[in-house]
Design a protein around this ligand. Structure first.
Ligand SMILES: [Zn+2]
Ligand SMILES: [Zn+2]
Length: 273
C-alpha cells in the first residue's frame, strides 16, 4: 500500500452486492459455497495482504460464490471489496464481527449495505472513546477497491461494545440481518469459553466452528452444541486461511433464505477432507 492516494470515483467500480439477485435460481435453488467470516486490513490483526483484489482472487480460486466481509466492529472496507468483485460471479455481503460486552464475538451478516451501515452507527455509538495504538495492536487501514490506502481508521476496534449478546442479536435481527456466534470451539472470545453454554433462547440460526476441527469433532468435544446447526468459516486474517467448506442451498441470495437454509439439514453441508 502506498502512503497516500485519492479515492477512485465510485462510478469506476459499480457496487454489485445485490447483482446475483437477478440470476434465475428456479424453485429448487442452487448450492452456494460460502465463507462468511474474513478480515481485511481494517482489522488490526489482519495481514497487509488482506486487500480487496487479493481477497476476491482467492475467493474465486476457492470456488466461492458468496463471502462476507466481517472486520472487528467495523464495515468500512465492505464497499471496496464489493467493487473489487464487480463483474465476477462472487457476491460480497456486508458484515461485521462485533464484540459484545461479554467479550463474545458474533458474526453480523446483512444482504444490503444500508442495514449494515445502520448497524455500524449503533456500534460506533456503543464503543468506548478510545484510540487505536497501531504500535501495539497493528494498523487499521481503510482502502479502495485496488487496495490503495485511503485513511487510517483511528478509533480502537479491538474492544467490546456496550451491547450484550442478547441486545446485539435483537438489534441485528431487527435491521433484517442475521447473527452467528463465532468460533464457538475457541478458548477465547466465544460463547462456550466466555459463557460456558449456548443460551437456549439465542435468536441465531447456527453456530460457527473454527477451521481447526470437523463438525463431528466439535460435537464430540463440546456436547453443549447439541442439535445446533454448524457452519465453518475461515476467519481469515491472511489469504491462505480463507476456506470453501460450507455450502447452503438457496433460492435467492438473501438473509431470510440463508436463515432458512441454515435451519434445514438438507440445505446445509460442510465438505471435509
Ligand atoms: Zn473472533
Ligand atoms: Zn474473526
Amino acid at each position: 500500500m502506498r502512503a497516500e492516494t485519492s479515492q477512485l470515483p465510485s462510478s469506476t467500480y459499480p457496487i454489485s452486492d445485490l447483482g446475483s439477485l437477478i440470476f434465475d435460481w428456479g424453485s429448487e435453488g442452487r448450492w452456494v459455497r460460502c465463507d462468511l467470516h474474513l478480515h481485511t486490513v481494517l482489522s488490526p490483526c489482519a495481514e497487509v495482504e488482506m486487500i480487496p483484489p487479493l481477497i476476491v482472487r482467492r475467493a474465486l480460486a476457492l470456488g466461492l460464490d458468496l463471502i462476507a466481509v466481517t472486520d472487528h466492529n467495523a464495515t468500512h472496507n465492505v464497499e471496496a471489496v464489493q467493487r473489487a468483485a464487480a463483474g465476477t460471479p462472487l457476491t460480497v455481503w456486508p458484515g461485521m464481527e462485533v464484540q459484545t460486552r461479554e467479550e463474545v464475538h458474533l458474526l453480523c451478516l446483512f444482504d444490503n449495505n444500508a442495514a449494515a451501515f445502520a448497524w455500524q452507527a449503533r456500534v460506533d455509538a456503543s464503543l468506548p472513546p478510545l484510540m487505536n495504538d497501531p504500535e501495539h495492536f497493528g494498523g487499521q487501514f481503510v482502502v479502495d477497491a485496488t487496495g490503495e490506502f485511503i485513511r487510517h481508521h483511528t478509533p480502537l476496534l479491538l474492544t467490546s461494545t456496550a451491547f450484550s449478546i442478547e441486545e446485539a442479536t435483537a438489534q441485528v435481527n431487527a435491521l433484517g440481518g442475521l447473527v452467528i456466534p463465532c468460533h464457538v470451539d475457541r478458548p477465547s472470545f466465544s460463547l462456550l469459553a466466555n459463557l460456558g453454554f449456548v443460551p437456549p433462547d439465542l435468536a441465531a440460526p447456527a453456530l460457527e466452528i473454527s477451521a481447526r476441527l470437523t463438525p463431528a469433532q466439535a460435537r464430540a468435544q463440546f456436547p453443549m452444541l447439541g442439535a445446533w446447526p454448524l457452519v465453518q468459516n475461515g476467519d481469515a486474517h491472511r489469504l491462505n486461511e480463507m476456506i470453501g467448506r460450507t455450502r447452503v442451498r438457496l433460492t435467492a441470495l438473501t438473509i431470510p433464505e440463508l436463515a432458512a437454509a441454515l435451519r434445514c439439514p438438507a440445505r446445509l453441508a460442510i465438505d471435509i477432507g
